[in-house]
Write a new protein. Structure first.
Length: 315
């Protein structure tokens, strides 16, 4: 028998207002990224990079990395008596499949996790917090972008190496990159906004100028976005909706999957701009041919790590 609500009173105008207010709060929370969750899985990332079911190919990915990949001194660290080494392949691409192996000093190293490893662009960012994955093999890192505002989150594939330096309040140079889960040419020069802080300010002004009108009468806010660069929270932490203009395009490849590296910049009023390279696989691009000067809308997953001390070739 289904459970019934104890409130059996008929709906009144007050109840309707309350429901409207609650819906508004929920919409505003979504716009501000307050209902996001930490998804501790990399299946979506592997799917767009390989075009295959990750569960069916991960053994092959690990085998290829261990036999054909290489490492760098900055991808190796020790915790106590345990050695950790990140192996990555292909060695000559900015986008790699990587496998972390670990074991007691002098003993056989065992693979423990596989991650996409993205070379990013350097950005000086202040650490605000860390969400450690239950597996202990990775973490989501929060960095401050604008004082008093929600931080930006990205996945750190080398958290085991970086963790002692990820102290809140400390600024590091991070290599930050995005992986596109979806992308398209920006189609609209105007965006319709019906929620969020910007809409609230507009609605307040509109109601003051239109006495006698109610909240339901406020029309949507039309915002010119033809020359805008925007990055907004997505469904989960480390995921973002974005609009930007492509500044540079480079070709790269992961195994048989062609990938475009798209360079974009997000300007800020009171800090240095955020510079990103976004990797978009052929599976995600479809028929889209990215070009310099083209405006794009994309849904991306962010990854970052403290800058590698050595930038030499893998060994």
């Amino acid at each position: 028998m289904s459970k019934k609500s104890k409130n059996t009173e008929p709906e009144t105008a007050e109840n309707n207002d309350s429901a409207e207010a609650q819906a508004h709060k929920e919409a505003q929370a979504a716009a501000e990224g307050k209902n996001r969750v930490h998804t501790e899985a990399l299946g979506d990332a592997w799917a767009v990079l390989t075009g295959q079911n990750p569960a069916a190919i991960m053994d092959q990915v690990v085998s290829t990395v261990l036999h054909e990949g290489g490492t760098r001194p900055s991808w190796q660290w020790k915790r106590g008596s345990t050695d950790h080494i990140m192996m990555a392949w292909p060695q000559d691409q900015p986008l790699r499949a990587a496998v972390l192996v670990m074991g007691e000093e002098g003993e056989k190293l065992t693979p423990v996790t596989a991650v996409p490893l993205l070379d990013g662009l350097p950005n000086d960012l202040m650490v605000e917090g860390v969400h450690l994955w239950e597996s202990g093999m990775g973490a989501n890192v929060a960095v401050s972008m604008i004082e008093g505002k929600n931080p930006m989150w990205f996945f750190d594939p080398l958290y085991g190496r970086d963790r002692t330096d990820l102290t809140p309040g400390v600024t590091h140079t991070f290599l930050v990159a995005g992986l596109a889960f979806a992308i398209r040419k920006a189609l609209l020069d105007q965006m319709t906004i019906t929620q969020g802080p910007q809409y609230e300010a507009y609605a307040e002004q509109w109601l003051e100028a239109n006495p006698g009108k109610s909240r339901l009468d406020v029309p949507p806010l039309q915002v010119d976005v033809s020359d805008r660069h925007m990055i907004m929270p997505g469904r989960n932490f480390c995921e973002y909706q974005m609009r930007a203009v492509i500044e540079e395009v480079q070709d790269c490849q992961l195994d048989k999957m062609p990938v475009k590296a798209l360079f974009v910049t997000f300007p800020f009023e009171n800090r240095e701009p955020l510079r990103l390279v976004i990797y978009a696989s052929k599976m995600v691009l479809g028929d889209l041919e990215p070009e310099v000067g083209q405006a794009i809308d994309a849904y991306i997953w962010l990854q970052g790590r403290i800058i590698d001390i050595d930038e030499g070739p893998q060994q």
